[in-house]
Ligand binder design. Structure first.
Ligand SMILES: [Zn+2]
Length: 100
């Protein structure tokens, strides 16, 4: 099961780096838009890129925990994170109690 999760995380990782390239291409095209549109587009792209970057960091942290055999345990209290919670988001680092 952990192996499956690892593959899933790695494909997410690849998808995220692919998306980052798309954002760069989009930004090179904003020259055709009006200044206001360009600024709005840029702000939106930045927000999307920031979210992707955070996701990527979460994936890398999860892969690191996998290496350290700490994957699936809450980084705060050390309790096991439920399988249901991990299936929902394999990069989750906190148990239900600690995430509240
Ligand atoms: Zn916890």
């Amino acid at each position: 099961m952990l192996q499956d999760l690892r593959h899933e995380l790695e494909s997410l990782n690849l998808a995220a780096s692919g998306s980052r390239q798309t954002v760069e291409l989009d930004q090179s095209r904003v020259g055709r838009l009006s200044r206001i549109d360009a600024l709005q587009g840029q702000a939106m792209n930045n927000a999307i890129a920031a979210r992707r970057h955070n996701k990527l960091l979460a994936i890398e942290a999860a892969l690191e925990r996998l290496e350290e055999k700490e994957f699936g345990y809450c980084v705060k209290c050390g309790d096991e994170i439920t399988l249901k919670r991990l299936e929902l988001d394999p990069t989750v680092a906190l148990c239900l109690g600690c995430s509240k």
